[in-house]
Ligand binder design. Structure first.
Ligand code: UD1
Length: 422
């Protein structure tokens, strides 16, 4: 038996929704706890499976992790183990972010390769070459990344591409290296800023936080801290798209609207009325959205994680949209599922052309990853009839209480356990 979401189209979503901490931040902050002996406390953690999975990775390294509600307490021993457990790592791609902290703390790290992903190839060459620049010997063999360094030394590092994961791993190694490291073409995502903020609270010396040049003056040790995880901008933006697509009105609380400047501007162009507060915003739409083009790029560009929402909006918009995917080459695979829902969409390389239709039609569809799954649910909410969205375990990994939140906003959605048709 498997679970699916039964999604009835047609409701106009309205109301308020609270967004909790960002998945893409909390997992890296948990890894950063390895950098300091003692107990690090993280609050505003999302209740998603990835958090206990990351806790298992840390336990395999000798940490004690206690999760109570939205709080995670991670106690790191004086001498963490250097080898991460394959079974824990294989369930969670993001666990590769223990590599930098481990090599910094233990001088040696063995992290099994987490494996492939439905959104495309996710190599680790920039992670490895950055650590090599810091003086680590790294090799990928027998399905593992092995890194060791007698002494990490500060270095000048230029990234070929502002990779989020590579920036984080290099940063977390550099904070305990001898001397100064400069990471150029660093990623600037708000989650990197959150990591820099927590590292600074732990005693790290980082300049240029939020810019594409991070200068890190290595220190000899860091202290544990208490930190509140930033709100999940991708979840917040998903609700913004839900309001625009359903011609409803949703107030999103718990997300800094500046993290979504470009996204909210796109929705304004599509016809939405948007008001912003300190850590909240409201999206109201009174007409069918107008077609707009989207181009995914590293932050502050339009997030690749929101590309499925862009396709879903375009599928019901008035006019034709061009969506360009520049970050993960396989991310358009889910478009065929959108077509099953009646979208007039075709892809060619890293471009998708979507001609909006007034109404989609219900169908059974399969979520290939977290964000594709959320995009399919939004599309189902604009389809005639009842759609089934399968493989919901993906959606559960990124959207805490998704069904409950949708229902509170007036959507007719339920979680059903049944035998899948295929
Ligand atoms: C993170 C996010 C993911 C988001 C992505 C881009 C987490 C847990 N995941 O993933 O949700 O979609 O950022 O915003 O935070 N690349 C290389 N070599 C490398 C590293 C990356 O070629 O060594 C390429 C990747 O294949 C991809 C691009 O760089 O094409 C971006 O990847 P990256 O920014 O590293 O994404 P992740 O950190 O894996």
């Amino acid at each position: 038996m498997a679970e699916h979401f039964s999604v009835t189209g047609g409701a106009r979503l309205s109301g308020e929704v609270d967004v909790v901490g960002a998945k893409n931040s909390v997992l890296k902050l948990m890894a950063a706890a390895l950098l300091a002996e003692g107990t690090t406390t993280l609050t505003n953690c999302p209740e998603i499976l990835d958090v206990p999975l990351m806790a298992d990775v840390l336990r395999s390294l000798g940490c004690t992790v206690v999760i109570e509600g939205d709080t995670a307490r991670i106690t790191t021993p004086p001498d963490p183990r250097e080898t991460a457990d394959y079974r824990s790592v294989s369930k969670l791609r993001a666990s590769v972010c223990v590599l930098g902290p481990l090599v910094a703390r233990c001088r040696r790290a063995v992290v099994p390769l987490p494996g492939g992903d439905a959104i495309g190839s996710r190599p680790l060459d920039m992670h490895a070459s950055g650590l090599r620049k810091l003086g680590a010997h790294t090799e990928i063999s027998h399905g593992k990344v092995v890194a060791h360094a007698e002494n990490l030394r500060g270095a000048q590092i230029w990234l070929d591409f502002p990779s989020v994961g590579a920036t984080e791993n290099i940063l977390m190694a550099a904070v305990l290296a001898d001397g100064t490291t400069v990471i150029d073409n660093a990623a600037r995502e708000p989650e990197i800023v959150d990591l820099c903020t927590m590292l600074a609270q732990m005693g790290a010396k980082i300049e240029g936080t939020g810019s594409s040049t991070l200068t890190v003056h290595g220190v000899t040790s860091l202290a544990p801290t208490e930190h509140r995880v930033i709100g999940d901008r991708i979840v917040g933006a998903t609700w913004a798209f839900a309001a625009a697509m359903s011609q409803g009105e949703i107030t999103v609380r718990g997300v800094n609207p500046h993290h979504l400047d470009l996204v909210l501007d796109k929705l304004r162009t599509a016809g939405a009325d948007i008001t912003t507060g300190l850590d909240s915003f409201t999206v109201a739409m009174n007409e069918r959205p107008r077609a707009v083009d989207f181009v995914t790029l590293p932050y502050p560009g339009f997030a690749t994680d929101l590309q499925p929402m862009a396709i879903a909006l375009s599928a019901v918009a008035d006019g034709t949209s061009m969506i360009t995917e520049n970050v993960f080459e396989a991310r358009f695979r889910f478009v065929d599922e959108m077509v099953r829902l009646g979208a007039d969409a075709r892809t060619d390389g890293h471009h998708a052309v979507v001609r909006g239709v007034p109404r989609l039609s219900s169908a059974p569809v399969w979520a290939s990853d977290i964000r594709a799954g959320a995009g399919l649910v939004l599309a189902g909410l604009c389809a005639e009839g009842v759609s089934e969205v399968w493989d919901v375990e993906h959606i559960d990994r990124g959207y805490p209480r998704f069904v409950e939140n949708l229902r509170a906003l007036g959507a007719e959605v339920s979680r059903v356990t049944a035998e899948p048709d295929r």
